[in-house]
Design a protein around this ligand. Structure first.
Ligand code: ARG
Length: 254
C-alpha cells in the first residue's frame, strides 16, 4: 500500500514537473492572449487620455491594430516614462508603446521593433527669447520630461548643450507650465508634443533642432524575437494597406 502511494506521488511529481516545463516553453514561444502594453499617456498626439478618459493617440491606435491582427487583447499599463524600461526588464510588460526613441543604452535592456515614426527635438521658448539653437542653451535652465531623449540632450550627453541646469518633470506639460511661469528658460522635447503644447500657449514659440533625428520604435522584452517579428510583420501590413497613413492623418496631420 505504502509503495503504491510513493509510486503514485512520484508520478504526480513527474507529471507536474513536465507540466511546468511545458508551461515555460509555451510562454517563451507563444504570443500572449493579452498583450500588456506599457505607455506614458502624457505625450500627445502619440498617447494621452481623451475627453472620455480613455487612452488614445497614434501609438495606441497602431498597437491596437497590431494586437487585433495578431489576435490578442491589448491591455494598457500607464506609468511614468522613466519606469517603462525597468517594468519591461522585470517582465511586467510585453510591449512599450510610448514614442520611445531607439538609443544604444536602451538597446542593452530591451529589444526594439522596426521604426514606425521619425521625429526630432524641438526647443520651446518664450516669444521674446533670443535662443535660436541648442547650443544657445549652454548654462541655461532647461525643463524636460525625466528620462527622455530631451533630458539626455539637455544634460549634455550629445555635447551640443553644456553646463545647463536641467529641471526634470514627470510630464512634458509640466515643463511647459514652468517655462510660462519663468522657472526655466527653455523646454527640450520631441517635435509633435512640442507643437501641441505651443498651439495652446500664445506666448511661446518653437525652434526645430535639425541635428536630432530620432526613430520611434516599440520595445519588447530582451530576446522576445517572436513578438518583435510579429509586430514588424503587422506594421508592414498596416503600412501597405493604407491604415498607417489614415492614422497619421487622424492623429498627427501632415
Ligand atoms: N522620444 C523620447 C524618448 O524616447 C520621448 C518619449 C516620451 N514618451 C512619452 N510617452 N512620454 O525618450
Amino acid at each position: 500500500m505504502k509503495k503504491l502511494l510513493v509510486a503514485g506521488l512520484s508520478l504526480v511529481l513527474v507529471c507536474s514537473m513536465l507540466f511546468v516545463g511545458c508551461g515555460k516553453k509555451e510562454d517563451a514561444n507563444n504570443i500572449p492572449e493579452t498583450i500588456k502594453v506599457g505607455t506614458n499617456a502624457e505625450f500627445p498626439p502619440f498617447e494621452y487620455k481623451n475627453d472620455k478618459g480613455e487612452y488614445d493617440g497614434f501609438d495606441m491606435a497602431i498597437m491596437q491594430e497590431v494586437c487585433k491582427r495578431i489576435g490578442s487583447e491589448m491591455k494598457i499599463e500607464n506609468m511614468e516614462f522613466k519606469s517603462l524600461v525597468g517594468a519591461m526588464e522585470s517582465k511586467n510588460l510585453d510591449v512599450i508603446a510610448a514614442g520611445m526613441t531607439v538609443t544604444d543604452e536602451r538597446k542593452e535592456a530591451v529589444d526594439f521593433t522596426d521604426s514606425y515614426y521619425t521625429s526630432n527635438q524641438y526647443i520651446i521658448v518664450k516669444k521674446e527669447s533670443k535662443v535660436k539653437k541648442l547650443s544657445d542653451l549652454n548654462g541655461k535652465k532647461i525643463g524636460v520630461q525625466e528620462g527622455t531623449t530631451g533630458d539626455f540632450i539637455a544634460s549634455g550627453e550629445s555635447k551640443t548643450v553644456k553646463d545647463a541646469t536641467v529641471k526634470r518633470y514627470k510630464k512634458g506639460a509640466d515643463a511647459v507650465v514652468a517655462l510660462r511661469q519663468g522657472g526655466v528658460d527653455a523646454v527640450v522635447i520631441d517635435a509633435n508634443p512640442a507643437k501641441e503644447y505651443v498651439k495652446n500657449n500664445k506666448g511661446l514659440k518653437l525652434i526645430k533642432d535639425e541635428s536630432s533625428k530620432e526613430q520611434y520604435v516599440f520595445a519588447v522584452q530582451k530576446g522576445n524575437e517572436k513578438l518583435a517579428k510579429e509586430i514588424n510583420k503587422q506594421l508592414k501590413a498596416i503600412k501597405a494597406d493604407g491604415t498607417y497613413d489614415k492614422l497619421v492623418k487622424k492623429y498627427i496631420g501632415n
